[in-house]
Write a new protein. Structure first.
Length: 52
């Protein structure tokens, strides 16, 4: 699964880890994150992320 990086703060979303701060289970691909998901570091939306 691909990792995605926030273009604002550099946070890396790793699907293997998910995002426990927003109830995202490990194994959740980036494209399956809800539209309401925000970067846990700086709060920007998914459209500010790029594949790494």
């Amino acid at each position: 699964m691909d990792k995605y990086r926030c273009t604002v703060c550099g946070y890396i979303y790793d699907p293997a880890n998910g995002d426990s701060t927003q109830g995202i289970n490990p194994g959740t691909p980036f494209d399956q994150l809800p539209d309401s998901w925000l970067c846990p570091e700086c709060g920007v939306s998914k459209d500010m992320f790029e594949k790494v």
